[in-house]
Design a protein around this ligand. Structure first.
Ligand code: CTP
Ligand code: MG
Length: 232
């Protein structure tokens, strides 16, 4: 089976604010999306990388350098949807229809947020290595280290953090399993939720803090630190 990367990049970044969607903000002079794409283009196991942007996106052609856009193993699909799940589902369909690719039902797809520019080829290789023999698939995630509180109904309780993990991406599943799970799922914020709802059990592989999702303005400085190589 081969490995494909699918990068949803069709969000508007409402929590970040500002006119430019966060995946097009620059870190060390390089757009976040380019950092993210580079991690996959520099991973030899990845057969093809596809980025999903919205139909009206006016940034992607400038954000991705000519040396990336010239690569035969990179595609940009303008089929983003209203939700991340829709963008991913549309991207999976576009992958299937890409001439010459002939994606098989049991090929792997690694879905990764455009907004996680700190991903490295080493983390991708670690995920692939640990999940390749797994029956279902898996994802990068981090054990919770803080004390967790639930505030509800006028009370505050402490949630035992034993067994609690924070999901990251990539999330890696077989093509057909992932399509079917997404089609059956209602609202999900990641692929693994759809897999779990289908009664399957994904493998959690320890990720890294540098693979943070850029969500709020305060995330930019930390992401900048990681991608500039001063910290890993
Ligand atoms: N995404 C997408 N299509 C959408 C919504 C999100 O492809 N309709 C992508 C984003 O571009 C991002 C990833 O999914 O790379 C993770 O989503 P998130 O961090 O929530 O990004 P946004 O939805 O853009 O941000 P916000 O929720 O703050 O608006
Ligand atoms: Mg969002």
């Amino acid at each position: 089976a081969r490995y494909f990367a699918l990068i949803p990049a069709a969000g508007v970044g409402s929590r970040m604010g500002g006119a430019t969607p966060k995946q097009y903000l620059s870190l060390s002079g390089v757009p976040i999306l380019q950092h993210t794409v580079d991690a996959f283009l520099n991973t030899p196991q990845i057969a093809h990388t596809a980025v999903v942007v919205s139909a009206e996106d006016g940034y992607v052609d400038d954000a991705l350098g000519v040396s990336s856009l010239a690569r035969a193993d990179l595609s940009v699909f303008r089929c983003g949807g209203d939700t991340r799940k829709e963008s991913v589902r549309n991207g999976l369909e576009a992958l299937k229809n890409l001439p010459g690719l002939e994606i098989a039902e049991d090929d792997w797809v690694l879905v990764h947020d455009a907004a996680r520019p700190g991903l490295t080829p080493a983390l991708i290789a670690k995920l692939i290595q640990q999940v390749a023999d797994h029956a279902v698939g898996g994802l990068l995630a981090l054990p919770v280290v803080d004390t967790v509180k639930r505030v509800a109904g006028g009370t505050v309780t402490t949630v035992p953090r034993d067994g609690l993990w924070l999901a990251q991406t990539p999330q890696m599943f077989r093509y057909r399993v992932l399509c079917d799970a997404l089609d059956a799922a209602s609202e999900v914020t990641d692929e693994a939720s759809a897999i779990e709802a289908a009664g399957l059990v994904p493998l959690l592989v320890e990720g890294h803090a540098r693979n943070l999702k850029v969500t709020l303005p305060s995330d930019l400085a930390l992401a900048q630190l990681y991608v500039s190589g001063q910290n890993d």
